[in-house]
Design a protein around this ligand. Structure first.
Ligand code: ZN
Ligand code: ZN
Ligand code: FE
Length: 756
């Protein structure tokens, strides 16, 4: 049998995921010889052996790779010239100029490591930084690539002899695990009291006793600090709310295990799969009873995650089953991840600090998902997922898309892949902007991207747009601006590989529209390159502008007035003041917005008069809904070829129901059923006119699972193909993907010259 030499360049997530040991074992199985080395591209593999075996080895490589690995490309070449390797060896990393490798996301501590953690006989018994080739920190500790210990924040911890031996032993499960360490050579935990003085004794025990007594403990995690407090003690949670000035926004909880989570929430088999996956997102789960744990989450869901670091496992080992775990930040600022900031920022919040000396290089918040159709449906795509690329079709250029404002994120592209950033926060202050800029720099470094094109939102005042303009001018890079709702639509198209013209149902709170007003209840028709507005909702007057987004009774009054219902009948005499404000028409912008329609209706129904964060009323309205199939009347008006959803008949009927004391759940369902019916009716009309069956669904309003789960089958029942988000968030976090694809295809407007 003829022997052959093969060279393979393997591009993908193949470093730090046990790829080389896997290859080593496989080479033996196939009876081959050769060598492997990490390269800036991924790994390169030289093999020799019988032709048939070598070919089979390479042809079946992709499917058989280890769980955390992801191969995007294998470049193969064969030759007759043999090097005559004896056995198989792993060579030193080659550090090249081009850095085209991929870094794995941070992964939850694996089951093997957890059993060692609690094994008295193991040398890592209760060692809080235990990890192996299949688990532990990756992205958040990586400073540069290739992914080697010296390029991570583990550089400061030289391995002891024992660890070194494991690291070098191909049969060991810590073979080439870059963050590997032990109690002798690894990082140390320290517990500090509320004066930031080190406390003697076991740090874990100290943290546990603080938490047990109802205290608030700041805990350093993978991508930043959490604030932890017992979730089963209402008063402790209230204290955290007071100190953090987070009165009503839901908290995420960490449950000791799935059994504890089941006591609180309904968990389906596919939800369980997400909860226990090594990516360990926070999964939004339906509470067993809506009214339970309202001090944690006042709506129908609780965000639940399971322990994902050894520290979590140690803290929750006994006694503490159910902890609030919320990102440690001051309101509206990014998550805290540096020791220097902790004492300063959290002094008035935390009663103690569980810190360690392993530096977090890059911050990364917890991811937040719903389970939908058996997979993640993202509200926030961050830890466990970033920096994985998103796959899209036909992408050639290196682009930086700067995103929008709320739930800011950016995306960079290279080699046909898009890399969306981690969660950054609302880009409304300088601290968040500098976090944004740091993350852009880090992404451009680790992916070695120099953008040849920039994209931003059409909104002139977003800090992300300002950043893009500044950079375009400074570095002389072309800049395109994209309309917000076009970007939402394009994001869902890219997410699903839809290329041809389609219908986009895009519902959210606000975005800069083509006529300079604020849009948010749009039905668009188009592709990446161009679009038209084919549907919208009747404009809503916002008395007092932005103030109405907090005092939502103002929107309720405005809706009633517009619909010919006397607002006093529902809001009492206080409605008079708002009525005259609307009459004066001073600071009363008119907007098309699904978010504001939810706000106004929530106020009319009596769910809330004011809200403390965006989306609060909509979540409560969703929680109130039941199985009712009732639909309110509405009209669809054709205004110069644009279908306009006229909600006034609905508001009239709905307010009668309110006056007749019809149950809130009945009204809430009927309201949402009406929105769905009107959207489906409009989509069907457009589909017939345009001879187009594809519908993409995007925008923050589709975080409403009641609507999502009803609108998709309703569209399908009418013969349309409905696409929802799969790889990125449906809210503004997903915008940058759409912007990027629009720019790639030459859509949007060139604003390079108008840079000021
Ligand atoms: Zn492990
Ligand atoms: Zn060691
Ligand atoms: Fe939006």
């Amino acid at each position: 049998m003829a022997r052959i030499h093969a060279e393979a360049e393997i591009n993908g997530i193949v470093q730090g995921v046990g790829f080389r040991p896997f290859i080593h074992k496989r080479v033996a199985e196939f009876d081959l010889s050769g060598e492997i080395r990490n390269t800036p591209f991924g790994v390169s593999l030289s093999l020799e052996g019988e032709r048939e075996r070598v070919e089979k080895f390479l042809d079946t490589l992709k499917e058989s790779a280890p769980p955390l690995a992801a191969i995007y490309e294998i470049k193969k070449s064969y030759s007759e010239a043999l090097s005559g390797y004896s056995g198989f060896s792993i060579k030193e990393s080659v550090s090249g100029k081009e850095k085209r490798t991929f870094i794995s996301p941070d992964m939850a501590v694996c089951d093997d490591c957890v059993s060692e953690l609690f094994d008295k006989g193991d040398r890592r018994y209760r060692f809080p930084f235990i990890n192996c080739t299949n688990c532990g920190p990756r992205f958040t500790i990586t400073r540069d690539i290739p992914y080697d210990r010296k390029n991570t924040t583990m550089e400061n911890f030289p391995m002891c002899e024992k660890c070194e031996a494991e690291y070098s032993d191909i049969d060991n499960r810590r073979y080439h695990a870059q963050p590997d360490c032990c109690g002798d050579c690894g990082p140390k935990l320290t517990f500090l009291d509320n004066n930031c003085e080190e406390v003697a004794g076991d740090a874990i025990e100290n943290a546990k006793s603080l938490l047990s007594s109802g205290g608030i403990c700041a805990i350093k995690g993978l991508g930043g600090y959490h604030l932890a407090v017992r979730a089963d003690q209402r008063d402790s949670v209230r204290l955290l709310r007071e100190r953090k000035r987070r009165e009503e926004k839901p908290f995420a909880v960490m449950c000791r295990d799935i059994a504890v989570a089941r006591e609180v929430c309904e968990i389906s088999a596919s939800e369980e799969k997400l909860l226990t996956s090594p990516r360990r997102p926070i999964v939004l789960l339906k509470k067993k009873r809506k009214e339970d744990f309202s001090y944690i989450s006042e709506n129908g869901y609780i965000g639940v995650m399971l322990p994902y670091t050894p520290v979590h496992h140690l803290i929750m080992e006994d006694g503490l089953d159910f902890l609030i775990m919320t990102s440690a930040n001051l309101s509206d600022l990014p998550i805290i991840y540096k020791e220097e900031e902790v004492a300063e920022s959290l002094r008035s919040i935390a009663d103690g600090y569980l810190i360690n000396n392993r530096e977090i290089y890059t911050r990364c918040d917890d991811s937040l998902v719903w389970e939908y159709e058996g997979r993640e449906y993202f509200a926030r795509r961050s830890r466990g997922y970033v920096p994985l690329p998103v796959r899209v079709n036909g992408l050639k250029r290196n682009i930086l898309a700067c995103g929008a404002e709320q739930k800011a994120s950016f995306s960079v592209s290279r080699d046909g892949l898009v890399f969306p950033s981690a969660h950054i926060g609302d880009l409304k202050n300088m601290e968040t902007l500098s976090c944004f800029e740091e993350q852009v720099e880090h992404f451009e470094r680790i992916f070695d991207i120099k953008p040849e094109l920039l994209v931003c939102d059409m909104h002139p005042d977003y800090l992300s747009s300002e950043y893009a303009r500044r950079r375009a001018k400074r570095e002389n890079i072309p800049l395109r601006a994209v309309y917000h709702h076009h970007a939402h639509m394009a994001s869902c198209m890219a997410d699903n590989g839809v290329e041809e013209k389609c219908i986009g149902i895009v519902w959210d709170g606000t975005g800069y529209g083509m006529d300079g007003t604020s849009w948010g209840a749009e039905i668009l028709y188009g592709d990446f390159k161009e679009f038209e507005r084919v549907g919208t909702a009747r404009e809503i007057t916002l008395p007092g502008g932005d103030r109405a987004t907090r005092e939502i009774s103002r929107i309720g009054i405005s809706l009633l007035l517009d619909s010919g219902v006397s607002p006093e009948e529902i809001f009492g005499e206080s409605a008079g003041r708002i009525k005259s404000l609307i009459g004066s028409n001073i600071n009363c912008p008119r907007v098309s917005s699904m978010g504001r329609l939810f706000d106004g209706v929530s106020a009319i129904v009596g769910i809330r008069e004011t809200v403390s964060f965006e989306g609060q009323a909509a979540m409560l309205l969703e929680a109130a809904a039941d199985e009712s199939e009732k639909v309110y009347p509405y009209e669809i008006e054709n205004r110069d070829g644009v279908y306009v959803f006229d909600f006034r008949p609905m508001i009239r009927k709905l307010s009668e129901d309110v006056k007749n004391k019809v149950s809130t759940s009945d009204i809430a369902s009927a309201f949402m059923n009406t929105l769905i019916k009107s959207a489906v009716e409009t989509a069907v009309k457009i589909s017939e006119e345009k001879k187009c069956k594809n519908v993409v669904i995007s925008g923050g309003s589709f975080q409403n699972m009641y609507i999502l789960k009803k609108i998709v089958p309703a569209l399908r029942a009418r013969g349309l193909t409905a696409y929802t988000h799969r790889q990125v968030s449906t809210n503004d976090e997903g915008i940058s993907l759409g912007q990027l694809m629009i720019a790639e295809r030459g859509g949007g407007e060139d604003v390079s010259c108008s840079a000021t």
